[in-house]
Design a protein around this ligand. Structure first.
Ligand SMILES: CC(C)(COP(=O)(O)OP(=O)(O)OC[C@H]1O[C@@H](n2cnc3c(N)ncnc32)[C@H](O)[C@@H]1OP(=O)(O)O)[C@@H](O)C(=O)NCCC(=O)NCCS
Length: 198
């Protein structure tokens, strides 16, 4: 995210102020010239702060974003310059679109969803809030993933299929039938397994 942010936001308008993390050593060993500013649950957003999330675990991401939003944090949308995003697409707050992603005609990507590199959304597809498409994940035309769905790398949802909220699609797996919420899909064609919910 640090490198994508530097590609996206002009240095004369934005300064990368730092990272929020509960672990002060989290950046050790990385060539990143930005400090850790503190714990995301304790940080008090400043007037000119703009936030991006860099977290792939959906439940952690949601908890921390919700905590920051409740304190008035304002999130940026990141769209990497190498991504292709059709001008008819509707993107929510805080959406992250990584390098080489394709977002086709009339796609909807809801708040705080992340599309990792080479992910693609066919025309009229819908990505629910907080969902994550790992690298090369593919949503075909009119396919829908509801809120908080995790699509593993190289997984595919075939046209017009719907994946229920809080589901996980395993890497390389194929969703060719609608799935209930809280379902794990694995294999080709995908087998469905109910995920335990608290
Ligand atoms: C989707 C995925 C994350 C789910 O794994 P998980 O979070 O460990 O799943 P859960 O802990 O919810 O496991 C639920 C159950 O499904 C099983 N399970 C998980 N993935 C499975 C798979 N591919 N095939 C069969 N069973 C699987 C677990 O063993 C567990 O079984 P249990 O209840 O009998 O113990 C994993 O299958 C996967 O695809 N990982 C790769 C993710 C990826 O692409 N990362 C790239 C990041 S950029």
């Amino acid at each position: 995210m640090y490198h994508w942010a530097r590609d996206c936001f002009a240095a004369d308008q934005y300064r990368i102020k730092g990272f929020l993390s509960a672990k002060p050593t989290d950046l050790d060993g990385f060539e990143i010239k930005a400090p850790i500013l503190g714990d995301p649950l304790e940080y008090v957003p400043q007037a000119n702060d703009r936030f991006l999330f860099a977290i792939g675990l959906i439940d952690v991401k949601r908890r921390l974003i919700d905590a920051l939003v409740s304190k008035g944090a304002q999130f940026e949308r990141l769209i990497h310059p190498t991504a292709i995003v059709c001008n008819t697409a509707k993107l929510g707050t805080g959406v992250v679109i990584c390098p080489f992603v394709t977002v086709s005609d009339s796609v909807r990507v809801d708040d705080f969803a992340m599309l990792n590199f080479y992910a693609s959304c066919g025309h009229d597809a819908h990505v629910g809030a907080y969902s994550v498409l790992c690298p090369y994940a593919t949503l075909n035309g009119f396919a829908v993933i509801e809120e908080e769905v995790f699509m593993g790398t190289h997984s595919t949802v075939t046209p017009s299929r719907r994946v229920g909220h809080h589901s996980k699609i395993s890497a390389n797996s194929l969703v060719s039938q609608n799935t209930q919420p809280h379902t794990l899909v694995f294999g080709v064609p995908g087998q469905h397994k109910r995920l335990f919910t608290a």
